[in-house]
Ligand binder design. Structure first.
Ligand code: ADP
Length: 199
């Protein structure tokens, strides 16, 4: 299963990706997680990305395209992968197409979790509260100012990615406002349709 999950920050991509990983035995490729690992390890890339991420801005396309290019060659990606948080710009979507073409691969589906914008800030706050209650570390970009920037980056740079895939008839929209299990059921149905549609 080769899949792209689209949706604004707080849409529930990570939650659904974790379930898809179990079900399809394919890894979740989250550029956000890869970048946070680079920041934590203080690699040159991490040091460069940190300020942009903390502010809620996107890191340059070539950085994330490079991360995905490298990751796609890992043996665990042979069975497929769930892309979460990539592509986030139309340029990244075009680069992904190239990376897949070069490997003779194609996407099975592109799913967008659609969520009312008003609900997203509340979800972020809830995530912060739950993380603190569990004694965990809150993400540096889970604060109101950075979150506002993340939403703006989404609107300006990532919403066009949905239109890009819709224009290619690859996009399936899922209601991300439904309870988590219902979203999972809708995702499963969309994947069956996508695979059947392909014959
Ligand atoms: P979110 O929960 O906001 O979707 P992620 O964990 O996917 O967050 O990403 C966190 C941050 O990492 C982003 O705000 C951005 O700075 C950077 N980032 C992650 N993926 C990409 C990408 N594909 N292109 C550019 N920047 C990215």
């Amino acid at each position: 299963m080769r899949l792209v999950l689209l949706g604004p920050p707080g849409a529930g991509k990570g939650t659904q990706a974790a379930r898809l990983v179990k079900k399809h035995d394919a890894p979740q490729l989250s550029t956000g997680d890869m970048l946070r690992a680079a920041v934590a390890a203080k690699t040159p890339l991490g040091l460069k990305a940190k300020a942009l991420m903390d502010a809620g801005s996107l890191v340059p396309d070539d950085v994330v395209i490079g991360l995905i290019d490298e990751r796609l060659d890992s043996p665990d990606c042979a069975r497929g992968f769930i892309l979460d948080g990539f592509p986030r710009t139309v340029a990244q979507a075009e680069a992904l197409q190239d990376l897949l073409d070069r490997r003779g691969l194609s996407l099975d589906a592109v799913l967008e979790l659609a969520v009312d914008e008003g609900a997203l800030v509340d979800r972020m706050r809830k995530r912060v509260d739950e993380t603190l209650a569990a004694g965990g570390a809150v993400r540096a970009d889970d604060n109101p100012e950075s979150f506002k920037m993340r939403l703006e980056a989404y609107r300006a740079q990532t919403a066009p990615v949905s239109a890009h895939y819709a224009g290619r008839r690859q996009l399936t929209k899922i209601d991300g406002m439904a309870p988590i299990d219902e979203v999972t059921a809708a995702v499963d149905r969309a994947l069956v349709d996508a695979t059947v549609g392909r014959g």
